[in-house]
Design a protein around this ligand. Structure first.
Ligand code: FAD
Length: 512
């Protein structure tokens, strides 16, 4: 029987893991978390997926309680600026495409050929909510899409059926602190100390970690949440790390936290703006924005990237401290080796685009619970864990490479090189297909990776990768139902824009 788990690392990954394991196993499992007083958390990771609600609901946490404590805001989608050419923008929302007479509204949009309204405005209601900076909740707290409201209880990503319309933005440090409070209240032992040595037995299995001031901490299972350094999984166990730098350009980021005037409106979306040598994020929290420039240091220096970032988001605020981050892009060949499981940046990281880091953490934790070991350490279960984690990351990798391949930019050396760069096997065939027809669940990356076909199509169409011809069948079909659906989408969007409060107004109320 596995009785004790030792987690090393107290960032988002460490505290999400600790609080979740306690929620799952309660007192039947001892959980200890060791975190360094000196090594800072990475301090970024503030935008999420809509499915993160499975995590918070599993822990029984109420959004109205935790969101204000974590300076949180709403994310209805991502606004991509300048990726399809200077001055252009489109949204990738959390909204599935409706289906009319067996074809998605995106197929109908292509067939009807009316380009006076963009794809995202015609096919999604969320676009209008983003443009009007609306909250997804009414002032009485109810969700605009009432059938989707309410706790999902102790459910997992596997059980996601409906598309929930929003995700969160939050302060990464505050979330870690909040979850630390929950976890320690529920019995997680918290040791603030540096791990100086990781001890192994003759088979290479970890027996204990030696701390600077708290002696040896022994356990049955060890979870490496030490971030990019991978203290246990890489430095101790020597697990091979597979870099993605052959297919993805960015290896650094510089982040800046910028206070925002409380009285100003706030965006209910993440912004990802294409830059000369990468892209820039803006994540609106309740009282500040998180900003960052993600770039390749082969095309711009850290100093120049910081200068451009400051100029764009905080001119005149030289007092704000920039956080320069070197990114390790790729994944461990195996994230579970012997009695050590890596979760968080120690396991894999693709890049900040599309905010997938916390999703990987949630997915990794859920799979750990699913394949939780006993004293036999069943190699088949461990292989199944590694297979699922690897596919989630590989699917995201393909999806993110698509962003660079489909982007309509080749105006700087960085963007020119992005077009020439290698592509993951499989993506080329998928992009060839996308030039003929829209992708569907059968033709996107075939294993679970958190994105559905609507996301792949939203990105391709938003970026201007349009199939050469619409689906021929639609030329033989009566478009009346499709036209009625487009009218309904517009009417619903107008109605919601009129009924919903602004994102700032709603959040101000729950922050009272
Ligand atoms: C630029 C950038 C932007 C990102 N944006 C997003 C986003 O918008 N959305 C998203 O979902 N994800 C994002 N991510 C990913 C996200 O930041 C991480 O997934 C998340 O913060 C988890 O980090 P972590 O806990 O694995 O590591 P860290 O935050 O680095 O934590 C490591 C922990 O290990 C401890 N530690 C290290 N060494 C020792 C030692 N010897 N002894 C004891 N403790 C030790 C440290 O003290 C710390 O507590 C982003 C990442 C980057 C790099």
């Amino acid at each position: 029987m596995i009785r004790s788990v030792v987690i090393v690392g107290g960032g988002t990954a460490g505290w999400m893991t600790a609080s979740y394991l306690k929620a799952a196993f309660d007192d039947r499992l001892d959980v200890t978390l060791v975190e360094s007083p000196q090594v800072r958390r990475i301090g970024v990771g503030e935008a999420t997926f809509s499915t993160v609600r499975h995590f918070f609901d599993y822990l029984g946490l109420d959004e109205a309680d935790w969101l204000p404590k974590c300076a949180g805001g709403y994310k209805l989608g991502i606004r991509f600026e300048n990726w399809a050419g200077d001055g252009e923008h489109f949204y990738h929302p959390f909204e599935r495409l409706r289906v009319v007479d067996g074809f998605s509204v995106a197929d109908w949009w292509l067939a009807l050929g009316d380009r006076s309204e963009s794809f995202d405005r015609s096919c999604f209601i969320t676009t209008a909510l983003c443009e009007a900076k609306r909250s997804p909740r009414l002032l009485d707290g109810s969700l605009f899409s009432s059938g989707l409201d309410g706790s999902l209880g102790r459910s997992t990503l596997d059980e996601q059926r409906a598309q929930f319309p929003y995700a969160y933005h939050f302060d990464a440090d505050k979330v870690a602190e909040y979850l630390a409070g929950i976890a320690t209240k529920n019995g997680v032992r918290h040791i603030v100390d540096d791990v100086k040595h990781v001890a192994q037995d003759e088979r290479g299995w970890i027996t204990h970690v030696r701390t600077a001031g708290h002696g040896d901490v022994a356990g049955d299972l060890f979870v490496d949440c030490t971030g990019f350094r991978g203290l246990l999984i890489n430095q101790t166990l020597g697990t091979a790390f597979e870099s993605f730098e052959d297919v993805l350009p960015n290896n650094r980021a510089v982040a800046l936290r910028v206070p925002r005037d409380e009285a100003t409106d706030m965006n209910p979306y993440t912004t990802a703006r294409a830059m000369n040598a990468g892209w820039m994020w803006t994540i609106p929290l309740f009282r500040r924005n998180g900003n960052g420039y993600v770039y390749s240091d082969r095309f711009i220096s850290p100093e120049e990237a910081e200068r451009e970032l400051r100029q764009a988001v905080a001119p005149g605020r030289d007092d704000l401290e920039a956080n320069h981050i070197r990114m390790r892009i790729g994944r461990n060949r195996d994230s579970w080796v012997n009695n050590c499981v890596a979760i968080g940046l120690s396991s894999a990281f693709v890049e900040p685009l599309e905010s997938t880091g916390i999703f990987f953490i949630q997915h990794g934790i859920e799979q750990l619970v699913r394949y939780f070991p006993d004293e036999r350490w069943d190699p088949v279960s461990i292989a199944a864990y590694n297979d699922r984690v690897a596919h989630a990351v590989e699917g995201v990798k393909e999806f993110l490479v698509l962003h660079y391949k489909s982007a309509r930019r080749d105006d700087t050396p960085y963007w020119k090189e992005a077009k020439l760069r290698a592509m993951p096997e499989g993506l080329r065939a998928r992009l060839d297909l996308a030039d003929s027809r829209l992708l569907d669940e059968e033709t996107i990356y075939p294993r679970y990776h958190g994105f559905e076909s609507y996301s792949w199509n939203a990105m391709n169409l938003g970026l201007g990768r349009i199939p050469r011809t619409p689906a021929p069948a639609l030329a033989h079909m009566d478009p009346a139902n499709a036209r009625a659906e487009f009218a309904r989408i517009k009417a619903e969007a107008d109605e919601l824009v009129a009924a919903l409060p602004s994102c700032h107004e709603y959040l101000a109320k729950i922050n009272d």
